[in-house]
Design a protein around this ligand. Structure first.
Ligand code: BG6
Length: 341
């Protein structure tokens, strides 16, 4: 046998915390900490890091890791009585050895299934029983996919908000633009959540930004001119109408077969939060003063309208990230094609 590394390896990370390393044959990789169910690294086949991770990140409970992809659940931001962004990001998750199957079978080998269930202590602060399953997959082209499945195993309905708080690594925030959000309405967190409308231009950055865009499209492109790289962020993976119809029929059939009141809910993640703290980075203890220049958070989220699950129901929310080379100067980059392709 050659010294080839396995597609999935469980090992120790910073401060002895357990992490899962995913490797794809062409060389891309990802790292996931069980603390927070938190993706901290995503590298392309050249070994370049694509996610931002703060040099001051604290890998120690109760602080969430600054960077990567924190999971915000059961509350996004301060939209409720819990601590900011809920508690899933600072709890220990487990490897899920027997996850329920997905409707489509994947041939990917580089994936891991995690599960988070509330402890007695968690139930005191948020008294609802659920199983939160998270599958993290590295696709053959190096794409990173996160699928969350949250099931109500309680006797009463509950509601929650959610986000994939994705920190992208960028060369220089002033050289970055987002395509796909122009003309949308947004709530400005810096102006008491007042509602505004973007005026038709791609989003660029020259100061602090903290906005919740409403009704965002399935695909958003984040273009880094200096790195000549475009991130494409697809959220939800909501099937087209035909596939959805078949899916519902299968669910209905499954529910009849098992005589169970089983309904699986497929919700769109409707909102995208865009955040860069700019100079405020100085007041964030686990972020370097100038590190805001190299990060951009684009966070697919379900915020304004909470998701409600009845007993037995399941919500599924998916994020797919890819990074493609782009050469703006040579004219190869056509954002419209990236968004529509
Ligand atoms: C963003 C919010 O999602 O997260 C911001 O919109 C917030 O308001 C930021 O400041 C960081 O939050 P935290 O809790 O990780 O420092």
């Amino acid at each position: 046998m050659s010294g080839e590394k396995p597609p999935v390896e469980i090992c120790k990370g910073v401060n002895g915390l357990d992490k899962v390393v995913l490797r794809e044959v062409r060389g891309s990789s990802a790292e996931v900490y069980l603390y927070g169910g938190h993706v901290t690294s995503w590298r392309n086949d050249h070994g370049e890091e694509l996610l931002f991770l703060s040099t001051k990140a604290i890998f120690k409970p109760p602080k969430a890791i600054r960077g990567g992809i924190p999971i915000c659940f059961p509350q996004f931001g301060s939209h409720g009585n819990l601590d900011q962004h809920g508690f899933a990001r600072n709890r220990f998750w487990s490897i899920d050895a027997t996850p329920p199957p997905f409707p489509t079978v994947s041939t990917n080998k580089a994936f891991t299934d995690l599960i988070f269930k509330p402890s007695e202590e968690d139930l005191k602060i948020w008294p609802h029983s659920y199983e939160f399953r998270l599958r993290i997959t590295l696709g053959p082209g190096g794409d990173l996919m996160l699928t969350s499945r949250i099931r109500n195993i309680d006797t009463k309905p509950f509601s929650f908000t959610f986000a994939y708080h994705t920190y992208l690594s960028v060369s220089d925030i002033s050289e970055v633009r987002i395509e796909g959000l122009e003309t949308l309405d947004y709530l400005d967190n810096l102006k008491a959540k007042e509602r505004f409308t973007e005026q038709g231009d791609a989003i660029t950055f020259e100061t602090e930004v903290d906005k919740i865009y409403l009704g965002t499209p399935t695909k958003i492109a984040i273009i880094d001119h200096e790195k000549k790289r475009t991130f494409v962020l697809r959220k939800d993976g909501l099937p087209d109408a035909g596939t959805l119809c078949v899916f519902w029929l299968v669910c209905y059939w499954a529910s009849l077969q098992k005589k169970l009141n089983l309904f699986i809910q497929f919700y769109c993640i409707f909102f995208s939060v865009v955040w860069n703290p700019w100079e405020k980075a100085k007041s964030i203890a686990d972020l370097g003063d100038d590190e805001y220049k190299h990060m951009l958070c684009v966070e697919p989220a379900a915020v304004e309208k909470a998701i409600t699950l009845k007993p037995g129901e399941e919500w599924k929310g998916r994020l797919e990230l890819s990074a493609v080379p782009s050469s703006y100067r040579s004219g190869q980059l056509d954002p419209q094609r990236v968004l529509q392709g």
